[in-house]
Design a protein around this ligand. Structure first.
Ligand code: WT7
Length: 644
């Protein structure tokens, strides 16, 4: 696993500075994080840095601050008022640049709109919007008045939207007349209409105009944003919230049940993210930073909105699909804005690899200084391709490991402090203040170079406050696997240099194109199809997306399998969850492999789908189920051969 002999033209060595800082951060963690926290603006200093009542951590207790003040107000008091905060690129080629002073004015006006709609401190606001500046402005406007936002990815279906809105009991829903995706309009307002019929908590709906699609806005419950802005004040006093006031709730998938509402704090979250951003991305005042994630995921929250804006950085946002209208779109954007830091996902890199390097080489990417990768393990080939063809062999790649729950980056090289020698495929070492390890089944440290479970050994400021409305589930999911440590759900290896290699999920969470999809959520969607009684969903290794979705479903008595039924099931899943959950393969079977206690053995299904060893079958109840599945697979393969 060790691999130091790479064709690097750069090296920051030795790494003494980083290691000294790391050591100090673990020896005196409270002093260390207090020092970092002082870099933000507080209206009242905290009484206590950390209150750790396992498994609940509360940071900077008693401290008061406001996230929108940190992201905009404090910059408009300086020369940055005329600096570009957001370079926005629309899918159809339209663009907008918002300075910090414009952003400040808009955040205040939007906050006034929210207030006028009766939203106040602690109320929940659901944001179902495309990647347009209005989304960020509303996030910051919520933070300004102490309202808690929940962004729902605009690719989710009406049902998925309704589930999330109901879980948080949102008072207000903000959507758009539509969003552009590959030149087509995603009818967000119509989807929202369908959801709202099932969401009694929603008192009001605000609609942003983006596509000019003909939608109906029924007053007084629904209003166009433009109409509400006519009565908006130009200044709204920021609400000085306590450090542990939730900034937002973001849903993510787990192994069981419905998606979990991950609750993030204001103070701890911002401290962690601001520090991590500087360390990892080596931010300079003149950096032009582009994170390609969607704001609907945590990467977008932390790395497009809160961390860059808190630093007064210039952040690029692109509305649409990476390969639309042509596969050169991303490289055009880097060239157009002179992007210096480019942060993306292994899936995207692998997709572009498939198109060949010529289309990248046609572009002048010499502005780039640093590259980043996130969301899934990056395979060495993709790493090298990215390093050579995009980074021109001059840019370090920061492979950043973190999760929705961690709020901020946890393991990554830190060129902003001192860059460690890189190894392709390893996220290297934890950030200062972060202590992680790899443990075996028994919870003891795993031997060097051996696969184990990734754990976090002490609280960190960006750590989730909990799962919305379910403290027990929080305890159970993260703190019950091994005593006293946070269970991340990933397999990892620690090599002889102490570097961490995160290998992928150890649980039944799928990572499809970097999106986290829970098997339980998908199976619920499959069995809600009227002709299906039972289902199991597994991941299959995919050369581009990392994993693809394979469904095994048992049909109701008397129902015959048919290609139409398969198509119908795919459409049903799209409707229930959204396009990101549409399966790549569907198999109808008469029984699923189960243990004698009745649990589906997904492991067996996964082995069949991936053509790997099936392993121990002693707990299996009925061996014929496995034979049937293998047969179904063979038939598929024969079918493919015939087609050729
Ligand atoms: C899971 C978290 C917060 C980032 C976006 C995804 C996987 C994330 C890496 C990486 C290997 C990675 C893990 C993790 N993951 N980054 N650099 N190397 N795996 O957030 O949806 O909460 O997913 O993404 O499996 O547990 P998320």
């Amino acid at each position: 696993m060790t691999e130091l002999s790479l064709p690097f033209k750069f090296r920051y060595l030795p790494v003494k500075k980083f290691l000294d800082m790391y050591q100090k951060s673990l020896e005196e963690p409270e002093e260390f994080w207090a020092e970092e926290a002082r870099k933000l603006d507080w209206f009242r200093t905290w009484d206590k840095v950390l209150e750790w009542k396992p498994p609940f951590a509360r940071w900077f207790l008693g401290g008061r601050l406001n996230a929108s003040h940190i992201c905009v107000d404090r910059h408009v008091k300086t020369w940055r008022r005329s600096k570009v905060a957001i370079y926005w690129e629309g899918e159809s080629g339209d663009s907008r640049a918002l300075s910090y002073s414009t952003l400040y004015r808009e955040v205040n006006r939007y906050a006034s709109v929210l207030r006028n709609c009766g939203v106040g401190d602690g109320d929940k606001v659901a944001l179902y919007l495309p990647m347009i500046p209005e989304l960020l402005i509303f996030m910051l406007a919520c933070a300004r008045i102490g309202a808690i936002h929940t962004v729902i990815f605009s690719g989710f279906s009406a049902q998925a939207l309704a589930d999330r809105v109901n879980d948080i009991q949102a008072k207000l829903l903000i959507t758009a007349d539509g969003g552009f995706r590959r030149g087509k309009v995603v009818p967000l307002k119509n989807i929202a209409d369908e959801a709202v019929t099932k969401c009694p908590s929603v008192e009001k709906v605000i609609v942003v105009k983006r596509t000019n699609s003909p939608v109906t806005v029924k007053t007084p419950k629904e209003s166009w944003l433009d109409d509400l802005l006519k009565d908006a004040a130009l200044f709204v006093e920021p609400e000085l919230v306590e450090s542990n006031h939730p900034l937002y709730i973001l849903y993510t998938s787990g192994t069981t049940g419905k998606p979990k509402g991950i609750v993030h704090s204001t103070g701890g979250y911002l401290v962690h993210n601001c520090s991590a951003y500087k360390w990892v991305f080596n931010l300079r005042e003149e950096s032009i930073y582009w994170c390609t994630a969607d704001i609907g995921w945590v990467t977008g929250h932390s790395q497009i909105v809160y961390a860059p804006l808190a630093h007064g950085a210039a952040t690029v946002i692109y509305e649409g699909a990476p390969d639309y209208p042509t596969i050169e779109r991303w490289w055009d954007i880097i060239e157009k804005y002179g992007v210096t830091v480019f942060y993306t996902s292994p899936t995207a890199i692998r997709m572009f690899m498939g198109y060949g390097e010529e289309m990248v080489k046609k572009h002048d990417l010499s502005s780039l200084e640093l590259l980043g990768s996130v969301g899934e393990p990056i395979n060495p080939e993709a790493w090298l391709w990215f390093y050579r063809n995009v980074g021109g062999e001059r840019c370090p790649i920061v492979d950043t490991w973190w999760q929705t729950e961690t709020g901020g980056i946890m393991i990554s090289p830190c060129p902003g402090i001192e860059c460690l020698p890189l190894k392709r495929g390893s996220a290297t070492l934890p950030l200062p203040g972060v202590e992680v390890d790899v443990v075996g089944e028994d919870g003891k440290p795993a031997p060097m170079e051996q696969r184990g479970f990734l754990v976090i050994k002490r609280p960190w400021p960006g750590m989730l406050l909990g799962i919305h409305g379910d403290p027990e589930r929080y305890r159970e999911t993260y703190w019950s696997h091994f005593p006293g440590v946070y269970y991340a759900g990933d397999y990892a290896v620690k090599d002889k240099d102490g570097y961490f290699w995160v290998l992928g999920r150890a649980d039944e969470v799928l990572k499809v194109a970097g999106h986290r999809i829970g098997t339980a959520e998908l199976e619920d969607a499959v069995v809600s199809h009227p002709q299906i009684v039972e289902a199991a969903v597994v991941g299959k290794a995919d050369p581009v997306k990392g994993e693809s979705i394979v469904v095994f479903a048992r049909l109701k008595e008397g129902i015959e399998s048919s290609p139409d039924l398969k198509k119908g099931l795919a459409a049903h899943i799209r409707k229930e969850v959204g396009p990101i959950a549409v399966p790549d393969e569907v198999y109808f079977v008469t029984k699923l492999p189960k243990t004698r206690s009745g649990k589906v053995m997904r492991r067996v299904l996964k082995a069949v789908a991936n053509n790997t060893s099936i392993g121990d079958l002693t707990t299996l109840e009925d061996a014929s189920s496995v034979e049937e599945i293998i047969k179904a697979y063979q038939e598929l393969k024969e079918g493919e051969v015939k087609k050729k």
